[in-house]
Design a protein around this ligand. Structure first.
Ligand code: ASP
Length: 425
């Protein structure tokens, strides 16, 4: 079989295998880790940058194309309403599932806190910046909307973290385009459509390098990996979190089967390239171009839906991250002996949901959210650094898995919204 004929996800999987081999070989030699850091890691970093550099322009042109293709503006509000509805539903479900699991299995009750604290000591020092990053100050109830509107749209366009502002400006611009006679806007429409095709091609070209980049990312991960002993100490927490994530994937498959009347294979095979990219980049935002490509080409969702639902989802819908908040927060309270009342648990549902909307779609964003959640239930601030260090010390592989589930949730909701508006091919 020629290499060209092999499906992308197989090539990426081969790349991962190659990465594992390179990583394992490298750690056998004394200078192996430095070699990987100097010569292999940059390949992975460049791949992530390539994906990120395309995210904002891709969202602008594809969303703008989607909206200006509409015949009727009422479609837009339907898409918006349904998207937010489905996203809230899956996020709250994830937090409640997390609370149910962690209370049922109590992974933190038989753990020796002293041993854990000793093991995670090395991480405590780097926690202060995470705690500082979570310091959101006091925000009013409408601050979300205030922040949605940028003071300068070009500033918003230059920052990947301002994706919601980018979406706002693009919708505003495109709706105004629809409000004037099409004759006047024709050159802009043609330009947007053409740039859209170019962007999609850029994603294709970037993905040609994915198998090699993935090999580099995995090799780096193995060469720079942390303490295995700690992972074993926190195995119960990690296993429970992974089990919860598996259940979430099950929920998505079920929703796809029941609501969209499609098979699990259609969904899981269709988004596999995006899942593998998420696994290796640990960033929903970096994965966004691939998610959009898979949702459109493999799941048959029309571009006007995917161009809105996917970027909004990458920013506000992080089901696995919300699940982790519930499990991690209760887990550290169990280990460190901080009792939680029912009201505290309900507070976790609310804060974790809101925090996941506000969190950035980047590696270890979940840890920063955890500070907000723990503070909301009155967790003693002198123990905060230890609690975070514990969770952080095993977070790398869990962050990878979370990102996979997060983008799967976005893809699932894209299908559901498309189905509800008869925009599923
Ligand atoms: N890395 C995750 C994402 O980008 C966020 C997190 O859970 O830390 O989806």
């Amino acid at each position: 079989m020629k290499l060209k004929k092999i499906a992308l996800h197989w090539k990426i999987l081969l790349g991962m295998l190659l990465g594992v081999i390179i990583g394992l070989v490298a750690i056998q030699f004394s200078g192996g880790q430095t070699f990987v850091t100097n010569w292999i890691k940059p390949l992975g970093q460049i791949f992530i940058s390539l994906l990120k550099l395309i995210a904002v322009p891709l969202v602008i042109v594809s969303l703008s194309k989607g909206i200006t293709d509409f015949k009727d503006l009422s479609d837009l509000s339907k898409i918006g309403g349904r998207t937010i509805g489905f996203y809230l539903f899956t996020t709250v479900l994830a937090v409640v599932l997390g609370l149910f699991l962690v209370n049922t299995f109590s992974p933190g009750s038989n753990v020796n806190p002293e041993a854990l604290i000793n093991l995670s000591e090395g991480f405590t020092a780097s926690m202060s910046d995470k705690i500082a990053a979570a310091d959101v100050g006091t925000k009013g109830p409408l601050s979300f909307f205030v922040e949605l509107v940028p003071q300068n749209m070009f500033n918003a366009f230059t920052n990947n973290a301002s994706m919601l502002q980018v979406i706002f400006v693009t919708i505003f611009f495109s709706v105004c385009m629809l409000l004037i006679p099409s004759k006047q806007t024709k050159p802009v429409k043609k330009f947007v459509d053409a740039v859209n095709s170019i962007m999609l091609k850029m994603v294709d070209v970037i993905m040609l390098t994915a198998p090699y980049a993935v090999a580099a990312l995995i090799a780096t991960l193995i060469a720079e990996t942390t303490n295995a002993e700690l992972f074993i100490a926190l195995l119960k927490y990690a296993t429970l979190l992974l089990f919860g994530m598996l259940l979430l994937i099950g929920v998505y498959v079920l929703l796809i089967m029941l609501y969209a009347k499609k098979s699990p294979k259609y969904f899981l095979k269709g988004i596999l390239p995006a899942q593998l990219t998420a696994l290796t980049t640990s960033s929903s935002m970096a994965t966004l171009p691939v998610t959009m490509k898979c949702v459109e080409e493999n799941l048959g969702v029309e571009q006007e839906i995917s161009s809105f639902v996917c970027p909004v989802g990458a920013t506000i819908n992080m089901d696995a991250t919300s699940l982790m908040q519930a499990i991690a927060a209760v887990f550290v309270c169990q280990v460190l002996g901080h009792d939680l009342t029912l009201t505290d648990q309900l507070t976790i549902v609310l804060t974790a949901t809101l925090a996941s909307i506000g969190a950035a779609a980047t590696p270890s964003a979940g840890i920063i959210m955890l500070v907000i959640v723990l503070e909301s239930v009155g967790f003693p601030s002198d123990k905060l650094a230890i609690a975070l260090a514990m969770i952080m010390s095993v977070d790398r592989p869990l962050d990878m898995a979370r990102t996979v589930v997060n983008i799967s949730g976005d893809s699932c909701v894209s299908v559901l919204v498309a189905k509800s508006l008869k925009k599923l091919k």
